[in-house]
Design a protein around this ligand. Structure first.
Ligand code: NAG
Ligand code: NAG
Ligand code: NAG
Ligand code: NAG
Ligand code: NAG
Length: 344
């Protein structure tokens, strides 16, 4: 059948000139060419037209830049409009997001401080992400982790998702922060990450807290469960019942080591946008939390935490060898730690 048609077409083409009717043939060819031309043109136009509108739509839906005109020029390096891969920011897609990192040392109230921040509807602080060693094995894993966090793709119980206005983490100085400080500072300055330093003024009390916490890792005083933070006065009293003995030979070198580490970190990170807070100051003066919210440029709210302080009252009642400790620190740079006190 196909062959027949072909033959027929050939025949007709061959036959026509033989019939000496060139005018009809020319007309047929001309009309055919015109129809083809019009058809091809219309198809082309349709495709070009389609592509253009598609591209325009893409620009409008996916790449519409957020309006940052009413953000102060000095604030612009710190403002971001992340486009998370894991969810859509919906109505808050154009709410500016700021990046922060709480830089601290263990047992300095950073766990408590973080629960306070996370009680704010627009703040998401995602914990000690770098306590997991592989994430801090080298600068590329650190950058990869931070990029994911700051793009709002780090999903933890602290994630607030679409209407987050400040996103960050808790980062201990000994979790690669000092080791890779040069590259991390470069990252902070390039991405506009703000640093919140949180330290404890009384390093002697911090030492007692560390010893008690590490004792509890084995002793598990609360019905066989180790807890670093507690939510009831009853639990706090049980944990505080353990009174550590401080090694007086190591006391001053240990205090000095932490002191130096803190000084070094402040010196290293001074070029970043930062705020310096002390645990004792926040306990005494809750207005400090207003400073933090201003620093993060989030709306002011009352922040609260369910955590209960474990060690309270005088230091002398919290350790086993108070007299030795007193003798060791008397007349040193650290003597004030013996007497500094605060009430809740
Ligand atoms: C960084 O560490 C990761 C995980 O340990 C490893 O897979 C990767 O090869 C390392 N990259 C470099 C550049 O060292
Ligand atoms: C804070 O969160 C609320 C509720 O999700 C949202 O309506 C508001 O726009 C957010 N504020 C900022 C500054 O992003
Ligand atoms: C330990 O368990 C007992 C019995 O379940 C309970 O009464 C007690 O309050 C628990 N103690 C603590 C510190 O959680
Ligand atoms: C204190 O630490 C030093 C150095 O590690 C050690 O030699 C000494 O035995 C310790 N003292 C006590 C009482 O544990
Ligand atoms: C409490 O903190 C605020 C903000 O940092 C400060 O202005 C104020 O003087 C402090 N008040 C006291 C009593 O220290």
């Amino acid at each position: 059948m196909a062959d027949d048609l072909c033959l027929f077409a050939k025949d007709s083409l061959n036959l026509k000139p033989q019939k000496k009717n060139p005018l009809v043939l020319r007309m047929v060819v001309l009309i055919f060419a015109m129809v083809c031309g019009v058809y091809i043109c219309s198809v082309c136009l349709k495709q070009i037209g389609g592509k253009t509108t598609e591209r325009l739509l893409n620009v409008q839906v996916l790449e519409r830049p957020c309006d940052a005109t009413n953000i102060e020029p000095s604030e612009k390096p710190y403002v971001h409009f992340p486009k998370p891969k894991t969810f859509s920011r919906d109505e808050c897609a154009c709410n500016p997001v700021r990046y922060f990192a709480i830089l601290s040392t263990q047992r300095s109230g950073s766990g408590w401080f973080e629960t306070l921040l996370n009680s704010h509807i627009n703040i998401s602080s995602n914990g000690e992400i770098f306590s997991v060693k592989v994430r801090r094995s080298n600068m590329s894993t650190i950058v990869e982790t931070l990029d994911k966090l700051y793009n709002l793709d780090w999903l933890t119980s602290a994630s607030k998702n679409e209407c987050t206005a400040a996103v960050g983490l808790k980062w201990m100085l000994n979790q690669g922060l000092i080791q890779h400080h040069k590259e991390i500072i470069e990252y902070f300055n390039a991405k506009g990450v703000s640093a919140i330093f949180l330290f404890r003024r009384n390093l002697l009390r911090r030492m007692v807290s560390i010893l008690a916490n590490s004792y509890d890792q084995n002793a598990k005083l609360l019905n066989g469960t180790h807890k670093s933070h507690v939510h009831s006065p009853h639990e706090a009293a049980i944990l505080a019942s353990y009174k550590p003995t401080l090694n007086t030979t190591l006391l001053i070198p240990n205090l000095k080591q932490v002191d130096d580490l803190v000084t070094k970190s402040l010196e290293y990170f001074k070029s970043t946008r930062h705020i310096i807070l002390y645990y004792e100051d926040i306990i005494k003066n809750r207005t400090k939390l207003v400073d933090v919210q201003d620093f993060l440029r989030v709306p002011q709210r009352d922040l609260n935490s369910r955590q209960v302080k474990i060690h309270k009252g005088s230091l002398s009642s919290q350790v086993d060898n108070w007299e030795d400790i007193k003798k060791t620190l008397k007349g040193t740079h650290y003597e004030s730690f013996l007497y500094e006190d605060y009430k809740l």
